[in-house]
Each structure stands twice: as C-alpha cells, then as structure tokens.
Design a protein around this ligand. Structure first.
Ligand code: DC
Length: 232
C-alpha cells in the first residue's frame, strides 16, 4: 500500500483552489482543510466583537488578547457534501463568505499572532498526513515538506468573474467592478505583506486554470497525485 502524503494547494483569491482541493480530497479519500476559512472565522469573530471598522482598521491588541478564546474547527461534511467551518462551535460557513468578511480578512491575516496560532492548528491537522489543504502559505510555511505542492494562478478578471457569479448564486447582488477591486486589493495585500506573503514555493507545480474546466483540472491533479504518491 502506498503511503499517505500531504498536498498543499496555494494560490490567489478566487482562483478556484478550494473547489479543486475539496474535489481532490473527496476523490482520493483525504481530509480537506480550507485554511482561508480559518482566517475568515477569526475575522468574523473580530467583527462581531467590535474589533474592526469599515475602513479596514483592526483593533489588533484586543484581537490578539482574545485569540486563546477563539476556536476554529470543521464539522464532518453534511447533506450538501461540504464540511462547514465552526467558530467556537457555531456553524459560520455562510457568514464567513460575505463581502464584509472578504474585505476585512486581509488586514486580519497580516497579524503575526493570528498567523502563528492558525499555522500551529493547521500543522496539527496534518500530523496524520492524508490531507489536502489550500491557502496562501501552505507549501511555503505550513508544510514546507509537503510531498505535492500546487500553485494555482489565473488572471484577476477571470477570478473576479467567478467570485461575482458565486455571490450572485447566493443572492448577494454586487457590482462586478467592486468585486474586481476587492480581488486586486487582496492580491496586493497577500503578495506584499511581510509575514508569509503569497508566493510560489520553489518546488510547487504551477497550474494556470484560467481556461480549464473542472474536469480538466481534476485530470491534471490526479495525474500528478498518481506519479507522486505511487498510488494507482
Ligand atoms: O482563500 P480565501 O479567499 O478564503 O482566504 C481569505 C483570506 O485569508 C485571504 O485574503 C488571505 C488569507 N489567507 C492567508 O493569509 N493564508 C492562508 N493560508 C489562507 C488565507
């Protein structure tokens, strides 16, 4: 029997990496962890407790002091086949995907203490291997020794369009230009921040999925998975 590996999938926001990572995990029977959801849950906690302002300012000292009281976990996949994110035991899956959380999550994700806590949690999830985790720094910081690393890229317009459609499907009507601006702003913050900026790990495989269908992406991933893990 081949041994289980760690699969790290990093990339820009709305690059489709979560959908891809989730589908891959299901197909190969691995655990899936959405690390972005963890940053979003911490952001929601900060919002709910008056630690954020609409202009993107975060009350960092208060949030850092509250970190020991913030638990982020995931439940088993429910009827919709998707596992939900829990903030102190409460299912916040829907709330963490709102535009409000999206526009405040980058400044929360630059706080070193927040990263330290979430990275430690993520590493714990990976102790048993057999995991697919997606994010920004999984192949560089969280699991630098991951056996399979993928870096997903696609242009900002393609990604903004996906995000806009996703929000529309959820009944959140937003202006495309506003979504595009949010995607670009998050790219800027994610790639230029001091702590764990988004960058391709040297040994990561690059996947430009701008023109690929989900089936083509899966085929590409399975091909790499088979050759790296030795599983057939
Ligand atoms: O993948 P996402 O859009 O749900 O991620 C939300 C935010 O969290 C994103 O703006 C960057 C941050 N993030 C991070 O800094 N490190 C990760 N490993 C995952 C997400």
């Amino acid at each position: 029997m081949s041994k289980k590996i760690i699969i790290a999938i990093d990339g820009y926001s709305s690059s489709g990496k979560s959908t891809m990572a989730r589908a891959l995990a299901r197909r190969i029977g691995y655990v899936y962890v959405d690390s972005g959801a963890m940053y979003r849950a911490v952001t929601l906690y900060a919002m709910r407790n008056g630690m954020t302002s609409p202009d993107g300012k975060i009350d960092t000292p208060r949030l850092v002091a509250a970190l020991p009281q913030i638990e982020v976990t995931f439940n088993a996949a429910g009827a919709d086949g998707v596992q939900h994110t829990l903030l102190n035991g409460e299912d916040v899956e829907k709330e963490i995907r709102s535009m409000e959380v999206s526009s405040l999550v980058s400044p929360v994700a630059v706080i070193p203490e927040v990263r330290e806590r979430l990275v430690a949690l993520q590493q714990k999830f990976g102790e048993e291997k057999g995991i697919v985790m997606d994010g920004r720094d999984i192949g560089t910081t969280v699991f630098p020794d991951a056996e399979m690393k993928v870096f997903v890229c696609a242009g900002p317009e393609v990604r903004a369009r996906r995000r806009w459609l996703e929000l529309k499907e959820k009944g959140e009507e937003t202006d495309f230009e506003a979504v595009l601006a949010n995607v670009k702003e998050r790219d800027r913050i994610d790639t230029t921040r001091e702590v764990s900026p988004l960058r391709k790990a040297e040994d990561a495989l690059e996947l430009d999925n701008g023109e690929m269908t989900p089936a083509e992406q899966m085929e590409w991933l399975m091909d790499k998975f088979y050759s790296i893990s030795g599983e057939k």
